[in-house]
Design a protein around this ligand. Structure first.
Ligand code: PMP
Length: 420
């Protein structure tokens, strides 16, 4: 693959027409389309290596187990985790955060303690903590978000105290598209002995993640946003913490011995993988991450980066040029920062346009072939922070072209004229 067109050609779903128009898929923040290598693997497993993993002594089960465990190794390499024991397969970011919130809080959080989350959090980095805190008498507090979309680091410093038992932050907000300074957040928390969970649902897609360099204690992400099949997900965890935490769900595969009186648990990572996993989806993480890694290496990496930069610069100018358009999460400092680095903006733009309802804009855009996201985007507290109940979001992946960005803006301008 040397060009964006060659990348695009790997995605059958991008080739389709909707309402007779060429599809322009800009809802990548919600989920990515799937490359042929992932589609092939899923088909190959459904038609061949379809058997439960880790259980049976037969060829199909061995094949499925090899693909499942092979994907775990691929994930380990992709995020540079020390060992397979650090990689727990889950059904996605939501499941990963629920696992940590429930299990960590049961063990380490009590009456009067605090869980600190970032103010730009997705509901899946808020509600699991609320549920866990309700059970143990603790409280969830949020790090405020500044007007330009950055986290208020001064407030964060003030909020870190002995009562904080864990910090859970977005790597990249799915609304603001800014890479948060997770390294600094982690260093400040660690200085007080507080562990940090990073919600990497968007981060894994747009930033290079090395969990050892980042020094996070937990990193959660979904496979479906980074080309893998839906139903795949990962929780990276520091081994000492995972060892100390109680199991989250009980059932098959997570046990050592079971009696009616007492059960002992399987070693990591299976201790946290109760029941039949979505083994085909998890196995698809291997080709998906290989694909993602290829886009970050050699000549094509430069092509992708140049295209992303061009799209960001173009959209900044073109959207600001639309009368009454407000973009959320556009810090001035972002322009000078390398893509994916803390403080940089990813090709994800959330905005509102005066006198136009976001849902009306999205419906008109849809009829022109452009798929965008609208609504609360699972971030109601952040919407409230900006005094709105909805936004429009256009989010891009390496398979999106500058021409698509231009068509999107022209279609948006047409929709605005129709609504005003
Ligand atoms: N966090 C962020 C930042 C997200 O963008 C999303 C998905 N929109 C999630 C968490 C939840 O991911 P999933 O629904 O795949 O569990």
């Amino acid at each position: 693959m040397n060009t964006i067109e060659e990348i695009r050609s790997q995605f059958p779903a991008l080739q389709q027409l909707v309402y007779g128009k060429q599809l322009v898929y800009l809802d990548n923040g919600a989920t990515s389309q799937k490359p042929q290598c992932v589609i092939d693997l899923v088909e190959r497993m459904h038609t061949g290596a379809n058997a439960n993993v880790h259980r049976a002594m037969h060829k199909l089960s061995d094949d499925a187990t090899a693909l499942y465990e092979g994907a775990r190794e691929r994930v380990r390499q992709f995020i540079n985790a020390p060992a397979r024991e650090n990689i727990i397969f889950t059904s996605g970011t939501t499941a990963s955060i629920n696992l940590v919130a429930s299990s960590f809080c049961r063990k380490f959080v009590g009456e009067g303690d605090v869980v600190l989350v970032s103010g730009d959090s997705h509901h899946s980095n808020i509600v699991p903590w609320q549920l866990a805190c309700q059970a143990c008498g603790a409280e969830v507090k949020a790090i405020p978000v500044l007007e330009d979309g950055r986290l208020d680091m001064e407030a964060y410093r003030r909020m870190l105290s002995g009562r904080v038992k864990i910090v859970a932050v977005e790597h990249i907000s799915n609304v603001l598209g800014i890479v948060n300074p997770v390294g600094e957040i982690i260093a400040l928390a660690h200085a007080q002995g507080i562990p940090v969970l990073v919600d990497g649902a968007q981060g894994i897609v747009h930033a290079k993640v090395d969990v050892q360099e980042m020094d996070c204690d937990f990193y959660a992400f979904s496979g479906h946003k980074i080309y893998a099949a839906t139903g795949s997900g990962v929780l990276y965890g520091r081994q000492e913490l995972l060892e100390a935490m109680p199991p989250y769900m009980g059932g098959g595969d997570m046990v050592d011995t079971v009696t009616f009186e007492r059960t002992t648990y399987a070693p990591l990572p299976l201790k946290f993988e109760a029941g039949t996993p979505n083994f085909i989806a998890q196995a698809s993480l291997a080709p998906a991450l290989e694909f993602a890694a290829r886009l970050r290496e050699g000549e094509i990496a430069g092509v992708v980066e140049e295209q992303e930069r061009a799209i960001i610069e173009y959209l900044k100018g073109a959207l600001t040029g639309i009368e009454g358009c407000r973009i959320y999460g556009l810090p001035e400092e972002a322009s000078g920062v390398a893509l994916g680095e803390p403080g940089s903006k990813i090709p994800l733009f959330s905005f509102n346009i005066e006198r136009c309802f976001p849902s009306d804009l999205a419906q008109l855009l849809d009829k022109m072939g452009v798929a965008v996201r609208t609504g609360l985007m699972c971030c109601e507290p952040l919407m409230t922070r900006f005094g709105v109940t909805s936004m429009v979001r256009a989010s891009f992946l390496p398979y999106n072209t500058l021409q698509e960005a231009e068509y999107f803006v022209a279609s948006l301008q047409r929709a605005v004229r129709m609504l005003r």
